[in-house]
Write a protein that binds this ligand. Structure first.
Ligand code: ZN
Length: 293
């Protein structure tokens, strides 16, 4: 019995302290393995045991890293799969974004939000301003840049989000309520296009919006929202009361965001006007700006 144990221990690279130490080699790389002294597992005294070879430790770490990377990738793809108008969004990057007069502050804020993404936690961005002034392009470009950095991002327009959540009540629906909600809460970033664009919200819709904002706030995750509301509407009671009778939800949401008024005008309008007058878009926008000032 004693001999059998000795031979098992020897096979494991453990030797009786009275024996001369024989070198142990790694089965993988063949290098000699370092040994440390530990308490004998069954008896008294200490024994020499080999530590894991650095090559084995590295292999294990690489494996774990790869698993982690795959999980992350899976999360990214899952969020993207549930996004609205994905093809358009993937094409909106900084390389094809035109920074126009009036959009400087929102541009700077998005850049800052990317740079300090981790540190900002739940602090999101809310960009409002005229339709067609590049808000969505800007937030999509920022979201795409975060995906490249390994973050999961879900892009949703309000209309699409609410109608898809409503559609889950149909039992034949392929998406479940939980699936959409889960993606909205888990994604590292939620880009919410056309926030507050719904004319009137049902109680159920108010509740869904609350659940998403509340869940993300608790998870310390940000939302980047865009909206066509005017600065007057932004401060109005009417908009605050859209989400609840006391206007609490609205101000709580706003409290978690850097709010920026994007003064740039509608680009399509500028293009059409410039063409009509026979000048370039740049010239038209310069004129428009000088009239405003
Ligand atoms: Zn080795």
């Amino acid at each position: 019995m004693k001999e059998a144990l000795e031979s098992v221990m020897k096979g494991m690279g453990m030797s009786n302290s009275s024996n001369k130490l024989e070198p142990v080699h790694c089965e993988k790389c063949g290098n000699e393995i370092e040994r440390i002294q530990i308490q004998h597992p069954f008896g008294k005294g200490t024994r020499w045991v080999p530590v894991a070879c650095p090559c084995v430790i590295k292999e294990r770490e690489d494996f774990n890293k790869e698993q982690e990377r795959r999980l992350k990738q899976h999360k990214i793809e899952k969020a993207l799969k549930l996004s609205s108008a994905l093809e358009d969004i993937r094409n909106m990057t900084f390389s094809n974004y035109i920074l126009r007069d009036g959009a400087e502050n929102s541009y700077k804020e998005i850049k800052k939000a990317i740079e300090n993404f981790e540190e900002r936690g739940r602090l999101g961005v809310f960009i409002f301003g005229e339709t067609g002034n590049g808000k969505s392009h800007l937030t999509a470009a920022g979201g795409n840049e975060l995906i490249v950095k390994g973050y999961s991002v879900i892009f949703l327009t309000e209309k699409d989000l609410l109608s898809r959540l409503a559609a889950t009540k149909n039992f034949r629906n392929e998406e479940s309520f939980h699936e959409i909600m889960d993606a909205c809460l888990r994604a590292d970033l939620l880009v919410w296009d056309d926030f507050m664009s719904s004319q009137r919200l049902t109680d159920e819709e108010k509740d869904w919006i609350f659940q998403i904002f509340n869940g993300r706030e608790r998870a310390d995750k940000p939302i980047w929202a865009t909206s066509n509301i005017t600065p007057e509407e932004f401060q109005s009671d009417a908009i605050a009361y859209k989400l609840d009778d006391k206007g609490r939800t609205w101000w709580r949401i706003i409290g978690n965001m850097e709010c920026i008024y994007n003064r740039a005008g509608n680009y399509r309008k500028s293009k059409a006007m410039a063409r009509a007058i026979g000048i370039t878009v740049e010239e038209y926008e310069k004129q428009r700006k000088s009239v405003e000032e």
